[in-house]
Write a protein that binds this ligand. Structure first.
Ligand code: AMP
Length: 282
């Protein structure tokens, strides 16, 4: 499998694909790969002539230095996983100096307020960091299609907004959330959970399913009250936020309107690990 660390080497490799107008699929990740990441790569392989995966833990999207430091880094294992999936995938694994030079800071974007909701409210500067790195990577890789997981649903809206503003010619492809058998959304952060907690954390998905049932049969207010009560009495899980929002604007909804799509978003701490999940409500 080909691995590039230098931007110039990757660009040279891609150049003939671009001049022949062959489609390039791109899957940006922070590594510690799991089936969720692999599902994006499989989709890209099926839809493009060339698939490029990046592994880079981007410092500017972490607002908490401890979270950045503890983020799992398993490049050798990740390389093996990718080459087993398909040896033709190209891996781009740059160092920070390659991505930022000496100025490790974020560009400031106008995300029209989306960046101040939910993850943005909880993690100041997070989405400027995401926008900065995805823009840099898109400029290097020049993808035709870029694949993102709906697990980070708000991130997809942010990336779409950045693409619209920069007019980069890339098609953003949202992909469904891949879960463990017990329903826990797969995440690199799950590696930091004890085996027992990995089992117990199905609690989060189950709470979303129950909230959906209440949303459908009763109301948003009742679903909110259910979640607040459930987590107030759960010793192992600390609720950071739960919100039912309209899918496009991501604005919190308090009542249901017809022909409108809603999604429930949740962030929970378990054993000090921040876990994120969401569920479509129709
Ligand atoms: P990350 O390495 O966490 O930055 O994730 C890289 C990409 O994989 C992002 O587009 C994520 O949304 C996506 N992803 C992470 N976990 C999952 C999952 N469980 N199912 C689907 N996509 C995922």
């Amino acid at each position: 499998m080909k691995i590039f660390n230098k931007t110039s080497d990757l660009k040279n490799y891609i150049a003939p694909f671009l001049s022949q107008k062959k489609s390039i699929g791109f899957v940006p990740t922070m590594g510690a790969l799991h089936q969720g990441h692999l599902s994006l790569m499989e989709r890209s392989l099926a839809e493009n002539k060339l698939t490029i995966v990046s592994i880079y833990v981007n410092p500017t999207q972490f607002n908490n230095p401890e979270d950045l430091e503890k983020y799992p880094r398993t490049l050798d294992k990740d390389t093996e996983i990718i080459s087993k999936l398909n040896d033709a995938i190209i891996l781009f694994a740059p160092e920070t100096n390659e991505m930022y030079g000496n100025d490790v800071s974020s560009e400031k974007f106008d995300f029209q307020g989306i960046d101040r909701l939910m993850e943005g409210a909880s993690r100041p500067g997070h989405f400027d960091g995401v926008g900065t790195i995805v823009k840099k990577l898109f400029e290097i890789v020049s993808p035709t299609n870029a694949y993102f997981g709906e697990k980070d649903f708000q991130q997809i809206q942010i990336v779409k907004c950045m693409v619209e503003q920069t007019k980069l010619p890339v098609n953003i492809v949202p992909c469904p959330i891949i879960r463990e058998e017990n329903g826990l959304a797969m995440s690199s952060r799950n590696q930091r959970l004890s085996p027992q907690m990995k089992e117990n954390a199905s609690f989060i998905y189950k709470s979303l399913l129950k909230a959906k049932e209440i949303f459908l049969n009763e109301s948003i207010v009742a679903a909110n009250a259910y979640i607040a009560d459930l987590y107030a009495n759960a010793n192992d899980f600390q609720l950071e936020y739960f919100t039912i929002a309209e899918e496009k604007s991501l604005l919190t909804a308090t009542e249901k309107f017809p022909d409108t799509h809603y999604r429930a978003f949740i962030v929970v701490y378990a054993e000090g690990v921040r876990l994120i999940d969401n569920l479509f409500l129709q």
